[in-house]
Ligand binder design. Structure first.
Ligand code: PLP
Length: 359
């Protein structure tokens, strides 16, 4: 029996997708073997790759002057790939908004290759908010401007898209495909797959074509966006099964009504949970109201001595993976696209009952 899974990542996948993969596992398209047992250069797999790209383009309305890349090494490899792909055309400086642990990892990598200017930081209030647009000033000569639209650990989401002069780079690992995005405002968008796209092992990059010739000469070929773009993301063997499964998720998303439907659903799901947290005298959200994430909802109990019991009882109730990130403690419910509204309804009912018994 499948349970309601609130894992931050690798996260729940849509059940129909898993069923289809299960059905096709031994004999894919009548070939007598699985999709992960054929050449990535075979016409059959190339068709999977091309279709998944097209579906992603349709879902996000990606303009023609952007390349879609299916990359390896997760979002973490991109923390290094970004400066190496963008610091080779003069400026070796980048602007960053520092909003928490994921932004910090991107900052640390960029510092290895050039100069980092932190234009705004939310450290003063324990990374519990997204700094306002009028609180920072960008550099005149930055090679790019990086931010993290959704901090998965802190549960902080930007309520706006920065308007900047340099190419805007966004780590959308935990928010991609949950709402429409104006791709044309960005130079580079990247996301590890294991939240809203598919299994871990693959990452998506969306890069504006004019940024493909700015790499440092010493860039490793496995991190080069240009080589990935020129070789249809197959310069070396890609993670074919993860790619195939991501393609099934894109199809599933289209059948659900695409990102508009996901945005509506995620507002409902997160609204239900935040509404409960705000009414509760026992549970609370540590995040500023205007920066609350629709994807990752951290919350704390009034008495942290009950944390263990909460986790044990919730698991017994079929509500999985509610433990907060090991670095911050407390709880976190991740509400990615594959988490149905019923899961949040069950969670809120469980929390109300827990509060009544222990509050
Ligand atoms: N960026 C964000 C916002 C994340 O949530 C994560 C992982 O949870 C990462 C980057 C790292 O992704 P990966 O594990 O694919 O390298």
């Amino acid at each position: 029996m499948r349970k309601f899974n609130f894992c931050a990542g690798p996260a729940a996948l849509p059940e129909p997708v898993l069923r289809q993969a299960q059905e096709e596992l031994l004999d894919w398209q009548g070939m007598g073997c699985s999709v992960m047992e054929i050449s990535h250069r075979s016409p059959e797999f190339v068709a999977v790759a091309e279709q998944s790209e097209q579906d992603l383009r349709d879902l996000l309305h990606i303009p023609d002057n952007y390349k879609v890349l299916f990359l390896q090494g997760g979002a973490t490899a991109q923390f290094s790939a970004i400066p190496m792909n963008l610091f080779g055309a003069g400026s070796k400086k980048a602007d960053f908004i520092h909003t928490g642990q994921w932004a910090e990892k991107a900052i640390k990598e960029a510092e290895r290759y050039g100069e980092v200017n932190i234009v705004a930081s939310a450290e003063d209030r324990n990374f519990s908010y997204a700094p306002a647009a009028d609180s920072w000033q960008e550099s005149a000569d930055a090679a790019y401007f990086h931010y993290t639209p959704n901090e998965t650990i802190g549960g902080v989401e930007f309520p706006y898209i920065p308007e900047v002069k340099s190419p805007l780079v966004a780590d959308m690992s935990s928010t991609i495909l949950s709402q429409p995005i104006p791709v044309e405002k960005f130079g580079f968008i990247y996301a590890g797959a294991q939240k809203n796209i598919g299994p871990s092992g693959i990452a998506v990059g969306i890069v504006r074509e004019d940024l493909l010739d700015r790499a440092l000469p010493e860039i490793p070929r496995s991190l080069s966006w240009k080589i990935a773009a020129d070789g249809q993301s197959m310069d070396n063997t890609p993670p074919t099964f993860a790619w195939y499964l991501s393609g099934l998720v894109f199809k599933w998303l289209k059948a659900q009504g695409g990102v508009n439907a996901m945005a509506e659903l995620s507002l409902k799901k997160s609204g239900l949970l935040y509404g409960f947290l705000d009414r509760s005298a026992f549970f609370s959200s540590p995040v500023a109201k205007d920066s609350r994430s629709r994807m990752n909802v951290p919350f704390v109990l009034a008495d942290d001595k009950l944390d263990k019991q909460f986790l044990q009882e919730s698991e017994e109730a079929g509500l999985l993976n509610l433990k907060g990130h090991r670095s911050v403690g407390g709880m976190r419910a991740s509400l990615y696209n594959a988490v149905p509204l019923e899961a949040v309804e069950a969670l809120v009912a469980f929390m109300a009952d827990f509060e009544q018994r222990h509050g």
